[in-house]
Design a protein around this ligand. Sequence first.
Ligand code: NAD
Length: 324
Amino acid sequence: MGYQNVKFPENTKFLVTGGAGFIGSNLCEAILRLGYKVRCLDDLSTGKQENVDMFLDNPNYEFIKGDIKDLDTCMKACEGVDYVLNQAAWGSVPRSIEMPLFYCANNIMGTLNMMEAARQNGVKKFVYASSSSVYGDEPKLPKKEGVEGNLLSPYALTKRCDEEWAKQYTMHYGLPTIGMRYFNVFGRRQDPNGAYAAVIPKFLKLLLAGERPTINGDGQQSRDFTYIENVIEANLKACLAPKEADGQAYNIAFGGREYLNDIYMGLTSALNVDIEPIYGPDRAGDIKHSNADISKARELLGYDPEWSFQRGIEAAIEWYKENL
Ligand code: NAD
C-alpha cells in the first residue's frame, strides 16, 4: 500500500509541470522526500511562488518559470528528464465555459507541446492529469473506464482531447503515456481563495473565519473525494507501470462516495462551529453524482490507496487550521 516502497534508480529525474499548484507541489515534495531530483515548470498563472520557494534550498529541486504553450520551453524543460508528470492546466468547469479559447490553447495545445517535447527527449513515461469530468452526463455508477457520456463543459473536452492525443502519441510516436482521471482531489495547499476554489478548502476557510459558505444546489450531490496522498501514489506507480498499461487513462480516486451536506456537517462538527450554509443555485456543467470504480488502476498500475476520505479530511483540517 502507499508509495513509500516505490523505488527508482538513484539520480532519477522527474519533471512536474504545474508544480507550483496544489497537486504539482505535493508531487514535488514527495519526490524530494524520496531522494530523487525534480524540475518544476510553471507559469505561476494559478500556482503560487510560495509553493516554489519552499523547495528552493534543496539541491535536488529546480524551478523553471515558463509556459507549456511554448514548445521551446517544453523542450528545455524535458532535457535530461526520466519521467514527466504533466499537471499544468487550468481547472474549473464554470471558468472554462467563460473562456473556451484559452482552455483550448492552454489545456490541449499546452499538453500536446509537452508530449512532443517528452517524445523528442526520450522520456520513459508521460503521466498526465486528466479528470473525472470526461464521464460527462453518463449516469451509471460507479464510473468505469470505457463507459463515458456526453461532455458537459469545455474543461471536460480539453481533458478528453488530451487523452485522445496521448493515445496517438503512444500508438504512433512511441511515447509511453498514462492518463490520471482524478476525482475531486483535496488536501494541503489546495487554494481556498477565489470564485473557482474547490469546496473543501473554501468551506474550511469560511468556517474558520466564522462566515457562511454557499452550497451550490441542494447539497445532496455526491463525489469520490480523493486525498492527495493517493494521487501521489498513483503518479509514482504509473511511472513504473508495464508497457501494456500505456496509452490508457485510469480512474484515480479512493472508490468512496461522500455527500456534500454530510461533508459540511462533518467540517462544522470537527471545527466545533454552529454555522448554517447558504443554499445557492446549481452550477452549469455539474453532475449530481460521481464515484469511481478503481479496479483498472489497481490491476494495471498496482494502485492501492491507503487514505480513506475520513483519514484524509482529518489531516486536511489540521493543515488548514495551522496554515490559514
Ligand atoms: P492548480 O491550479 O493548483 O495547479 C495547476 C498549475 O498549473 C498551477 O500552478 C498553474 O500556474 C500551472 N499552469 C497552468 N497553465 C500553465 C501553463 N500554460 N504553463 C505552465 N504552468 C501552467 O490545480 P490542481 O488542482 O493542482 O490541478 C492539477 C491538474 O490536475 C490539472 O491538470 C487539473 O485539471 C487536474 N485535476 C485536478 C483535480 C482536483 O480535484 N484538484 C481534479 C481533476 C483534475
